[in-house]
Every structure is written in C-alpha cells, then in structure tokens.
Design a protein around this ligand. Structure first.
Ligand SMILES: *Cc1c(COP(=O)(O)O)cnc(C)c1O
Length: 230
C-alpha cells in the first residue's frame, strides 16, 4: 500500500469491483464506488479527482464543510460535478448543514433525525439520497436501527415524516464474517421495496457486491492507511 499511488489504488479497486460484478453476473454500472476521504486533505483527494473519480464520502459534517466547498467549486468551474456522501452518524442539529452539502446521507437511524431531515428537505427543496442504517449485529455501541425495528422505522419515515428513503446501509461487526450481515440487509431492503444497498468497505466490498451492494464505501484501499482511526 505504501508504494501504491492513490490513482493506482483507485484503479485496483475499480478492477476488483469489475471482477466481483463479473463473478456475480452483475453490471458494474450498478455499483457506485464511494471513495471515503475522511482524514485526508485536498492534496490526497486531487489525484483521485484527476484520475476521473467523482463520488466521495466523509464521516463528519464539520470536516466535510472545511474541505469540500473549494474542491466542488473548482470542479464546477471545469463544468463538472462532485457527488458528496455522508457515511458517518449525523446529529439532528447538523441536519441543515448536511442537507445543504451532501448528495446522499447513509446514516438515517432515528425518528428525531428523520424529523430534522424532513424539515430541511421541505425548507430548501434539496433531496439528498437517503439510506437507513441497520445495526445488523445489534451492537450496543453502534448506530443504526435494529433489524426487527427496520420495517416500522421505514414506514414511519414514509408515512409520518414524508421522507423518501432509497436504500439501506450496514457496517458488519468487525470480528464477524460479513456475508450474513449483507444478506440480512438485502432481505430487509427487498421486503420494503428498496433498491439501493450501501454495504462493503475496503476489507469486504467484493463480498458485498455478491450480496447486491449498489454503493461500496472504500477508503483505505484507495487512500492508504489513516493516521488516526476515524
Ligand atoms: C471509514 C468508513 C468507511 C471506509 O472504510 P475503509 O475500511 O477505510 O475502506 C466506510 N464506511 C464508513 C461508515 C466509514 O466510516
């Protein structure tokens, strides 16, 4: 990893996605690579943009706000758009900033946040793609809706808050095989007629693709190891 440039890392991940799609009999166009740039600055991100990548993810609103507006503006001046995804947990009091900055939010996980997002979406008329995060391992320290509460939460998002949820997201427990968690998330999505699945990170994105992932969130395999765990 140390000797691999970020453009090479990106190319390697794209090749792995293509292979996983071939193995699964899927069209690679159905898998969006969200390059997770958290902790990395513009100097690390620019080569990835130069290599043709346009879809990026962050896990903190404040960090994204400090980093992305100049990069987005520069790309816009070139007649081109960056797509920015929030993959980390979101405080309800940051819903306004999140709706203004992000094209997708992967971490909708509670009623208070659904309410705050609905208010902002109605106010500014901007509709980020929304994923409900499922805590498939029922880990107490982890964000996300418990699998047994998912159907009711999705119904409340739709019927009570008027939100359009497009998909589900999960982060399997680190010490477990990810496949059953991906399968469970895909099952909940299917019975709720949701078409998007945000699952798979550097260590497991080919497996996630086999289980139907439409969005893989890959940081380390593109940018290298992070100095701090984020
Ligand atoms: C950091 C992060 C990723 C990327 O993880 P890597 O292992 O570096 O690929 C994906 N999803 C979320 C929610 C993250 O916080």
């Amino acid at each position: 990893m140390e000797t691999m440039s970020r453009a090479e890392g990106l190319a390697a991940v794209r090749a792995d996605i293509a292979r996983a799609c071939r193995d699964a009999g899927r069209d690679p166009a159905g898998v969006t690579l969200v390059a997770i740039a958290k902790t990395f600055g513009a100097d690390a991100i620019e080569p990835v943009i130069a290599a043709g990548h346009r879809v990026f993810g962050e896990n903190r609103v404040q960090e994204a706000k400090a980093k992305w507006p100049p990069l987005i503006a520069r790309q816009k001046a070139r007649g081109d758009d960056i797509e920015l995804h929030l993959v980390g947990s979101l405080q309800s009091n940051k819903a306004r900033e999140a709706v203004a900055l992000f094209d997708a939010i992967h971490s909708l996980d509670r009623a208070s946040l659904a309410e705050a997002l609905a208010k902002e979406v109605a106010r500014v008329g901007r509709n980020p793609l929304l994923f409900v995060e499922i805590n498939t391992g029922a880990e107490p320290q982890k964000a996300g809706v418990l699998p047994e509460h998912a159907d009711a939460f999705l119904a409340a998002c739709r019927d009570h808050y008027g939100l359009t949820v497009s998909g589900l997201m999960c982060i399997p427990p680190v010490e477990e095989a990810p496949a059953p968690h991906f399968a469970l998330t895909a099952r909940i999505a299917r019975r709720n007629s949701l078409h998007l699945l945000s699952m798979g990170m550097s260590a497991d994105f080919p497996t996630a693709i086999a289980f139907g992932a439409t969005h893989v969130r890959v940081g380390t395999a593109i940018f290298g190891a992070r100095a701090t765990t984020g």
